[in-house]
Design a protein around this ligand. Structure first.
Ligand code: MOS
Length: 743
């Protein structure tokens, strides 16, 4: 019996105690000595230019150290004007304090630095700035005929595939068809932790930069390029992140501001943003989508067309894959997908959890529900009839695909077969009751990543990789992988991350961290294991003398023969006997492209939802959700379940509440605060059941994991929309499903 098998076991967060006890430090909590505080001044206008900045009164205040603006930002900054961060889309990244031009409302225009935060905030409030306002356009409705296809996009963006078959003709010839538009407004990331950077100014101008980010190396890269610092001079540290959801994939402007002020003042500086300023960092773009579907008499899809257009800024072409998934989720030989951007005077949108797919699956999966009703089919049966066994976009087989099992297991758990298909057919007291379902597909990606491991004579294993933890469970699953690979107790493993002095890892995003960093940790542990075997073979009378690496296993603190477990050496003794303080190894794990390129690599889910709708009030309650997910191997069912719970909560939020409302007269978001930007509270969330469907896959990566951070969000908003239709007979095609749209 083994006690060190941890992969696949529900495991509580190893970082939980530190978070609960408050010893886990976030970017704005590093109280370095002699700290100055910066406060950002934001533009009240959406477009125009700054004509005058009068800082005299502010600079006269005792305790104010400096006011930074485009007027005095030294040539030191922006050394490399062509810099791009790891995930920058096409175009030219926004450069804070670069010139007098205003490109979007809430653009940062100045930084006031003072001895205390309160003084900096007060000083910022009396800083006199004059603007010349020019006309802005922030309404995508005015751009319907001016969409364009982006030439290049950020990492991971794929232009929609070329049309296949004859979609127009097939649609015209279809027995039943639908043609509808689906719309959702702008949404902003609102992690609990606001963006902040604490820069510790060290002897000789070296910096320790404590940054809120989803990628320490990405932040470091920007500092290096913008300020011309070496890796050694700009160490970025990010041990804990209070939620990211994509908002930390690109370095945010407080990083630039804090580093600028620290270098100029030769002083430690912290810049924290306010909740209101969190609405100036990128957003899920307002998107207009149309879907046309047609069916043949047998209920198979004759044609599928999906077009999306969303906003971007004037200076960057933000891209996401909105429509591509529609060409692979169902079997259909006549498909046309379109994707366009429209330039507006807003900040560049930014990836938000399951970017493109959370929204694309809303349009497609509501359309599929409409199509099923139009064809007189059960929505689940309709999907199963059109199940895709091959990715028709890529014309490749799936490495694995257990969506069918998601449908069946989810439906069984939900009790879908008990459903009366007729809209408005079910009541519970004064409530109309409805149920709906939907699903989705998300990429299973592995990126290059590195890790280092070190085993000391006391039997403790230290594992390091410069990845980040955004609350997903990274600390915990990496500890599990390392402990199991080397047969050590969980308590003996210390996994460390979020430091640019550690081996390089990609930004934490795209649901790829478990696959990428997990594989690196596994490979580094295997490399260490091989060293340990060699050392064990040098022990006098070693029972492993003739063993090869394949013959041995690391279990329960021992290195032993697989076929004769009594022939064993205690791992700790190997290090002790070696005479060395520690044994180390490292590894850089890369995806096996030759193997992966032959397949389509994706995770899937199916969501079943019950709602109650109060007919008089128009209020919607999501009373029950079953989310069945097929995402390969689940390293930790407990943290994975938490990921899917969070996804469902956000899906409910997306469906019913979230929207950043723009006042187009001013080109300004008017609900940029937690009071008016609505998200669910505990009372809004009821039963959520998460199922993981068994799925084995040795192609995606050696661990067989597909990632779980995003897939759970797919289809949730669509399933709710479909359930509301089933409850009320009213089809709403615009999110959020607020009361006014139902009455
Ligand atoms: Mo995710 S939107 O890649 O943080």
């Amino acid at each position: 019996m083994s006690t060190t098998n941890y992969i696949g076991q529900a495991t509580s967060r190893v970082d939980g105690p530190a978070k609960v006890a408050g010893t886990a430090k976030y970017a704005a909590e590093f109280n370095v000595p002699n700290l100055a505080y910066g406060y950002v001044v934001s533009s009240p206008i959406a477009k125009g230019k700054i004509t005058k900045i009068d800082a005299a009164a502010v600079l006269a205040l005792p305790g104010v150290l400096q006011v930074f603006s485009h007027e005095n930002v030294p040539t030191l900054a922006l050394l490399d004007r062509s810099y791009k961060d790891d995930i920058a889309p096409g175009g030219s990244p926004f450069r804070p304090l670069h010139n007098a031009e205003i490109k979007f409302s809430q653009q940062p225009v100045a930084l006031v630095v003072a001895d205390t935060f309160e003084l900096a905030r007060y000083a910022a409030s009396i800083l006199k700035i004059e603007y010349e306002v020019t006309g802005h356009e922030t309404n995508i409705e005015t751009k319907r005929s001016q969409g364009f296809e982006p030439g290049t996009g950020k990492t991971g963006f794929m232009p929609p595939p070329a049309p296949r078959g004859n979609p127009d003709q097939a649609l015209a010839a279809a027995m039943h068809s639908i043609d509808q538009e689906y719309v959702h407004g702008t949404q902003h990331h609102n992690p609990m932790e606001m963006f902040a950077t604490t820069v510790e100014y060290l002897e000789g101008g070296k910096l320790n930069v404590y940054d809120k980010t989803q990628g320490a190396f990405n932040s470091q890269q920007v500092i290096r390029k913008v300020f011309g610092l070496s890796k050694e001079d700009a160490r970025v540290i990010s041990k804990y992140t209070g939620g990211g959801f994509g908002s930390g994939l690109r370095p945010q402007y407080q990083l630039f501001m804090a580093v600028l002020a620290a270098l100029e003042l030769k002083h430690s500086v912290r810049v924290s943003l306010t909740r209101q300023q969190m609405f100036s960092l990128g957003h899920r773009p307002h998107t207009l989508q149309t879907v046309q579907l047609g069916t043949k008499p047998d209920g198979s899809l004759a044609a599928l067309q999906h077009h999306a257009m969303h906003e971007t800024s004037r200076f960057e072409d933000y891209t996401e894959n909105v429509v591509n998934w529609s060409g692979m989720l169902y079997q259909c030989d006549n498909v046309k997908l379109g994707y366009q951007l429209a330039k507006l005077d807003v900040y560049t949108p930014q990836d938000m959890r399951a970017p493109g797919a959370a929204t694309g699956s809303f349009a497609l999966e509501v359309a599929m529900d409409e199509m099923a009703y139009a064809a007189g089919l059960d929505p689940l049966d309709f999907r199963i009839r059109n199940y895709a066994v091959r990715d028709q976009n890529l014309d490749k087989p799936f490495s694995s695909k257990k969506l069918r099992e998601c449908y069946h297991e989810g439906a069984a758990k939900f009790g879908w077969e008990k459903r009366n298909p007729a809209p408005r057919s079910t009541r519970r007291g004064t409530m109309l009751v409805g149920s709906g379902m939907a699903g989705g597909v998300w990429d299973a990606t592995q990126q290059k990543a590195a890790a280092k491991v070190s085993l000391t004579a006391d039997g403790k294993l230290t594992v390091q990789s410069g990845t980040n933890e955004i609350g997903t469970g990274t600390y915990t699953i990496m500890t599990q992988i390392a402990a199991e690979t080397l047969g050590l107790p969980l308590e003996a493993v210390d996994f460390q991350l979020g430091d640019t002095t550690f081996p390089a890892a990609p930004i934490q995003g795209g649901s790829w961290t478990a696959a990428s960093v997990g594989t690196a940790v596994k490979e580094a542990c295997d490399a260490l294991g091989e060293k340990l075997l060699k050392l064990a073979q040098q022990l006098e009378g070693s029972p492993l003398e003739d063993a090869s690496f394949e013959d041995v296993e690391f279990v329960n603190g021992q290195l032993r023969l697989r076929l004769d477990p009594n022939q064993a050496v205690v791992i700790r003794d190997i290090v002790q006997a070696s005479g060395e303080e520690k044994v180390e190894a490292d590894a850089t794990a890369r995806p096996n492209m030759a193997k992966q390129q032959q397949y389509s690599l994706h995770a899937h889910n199916a969501v079943f939802v019950e709602v109650e709708v109060d007919e008089d009030l128009g209020t919607i309650h999501v009373t029950r959700v079953v989310n069945a997910v097929a995402a390969g191997r689940i390293i930790n069912p407990k943290t994975a379940r938490s990921q899917v719970l969070g996804s469902v909560v956000w899906g409910i939020s997306m469906a019913l509440m979230e929207e950043t409302v723009m006042d187009h007269k001013f080109g300004r978001y008017v609900n940029h605060n937690y009071a008016e930007y609505h998200i669910p509270v505990c009372a809004d969330i009821h039963d959520i059941d998460v199922l993981f469907v068994e799925e084995e896959d040795d192609i995606v990566n050696p661990l067989g994991v597909k990632g779980i951070g995003e897939v759970g969000m797919l289809g949730v908003a669509a399933a709710i929309t479909n359930a509301v239709y089933h409850a009320t007979g009213k089809r709403v095609r615009e999110l959020p499903l607020t009361i006014d749209k139902l009455l």
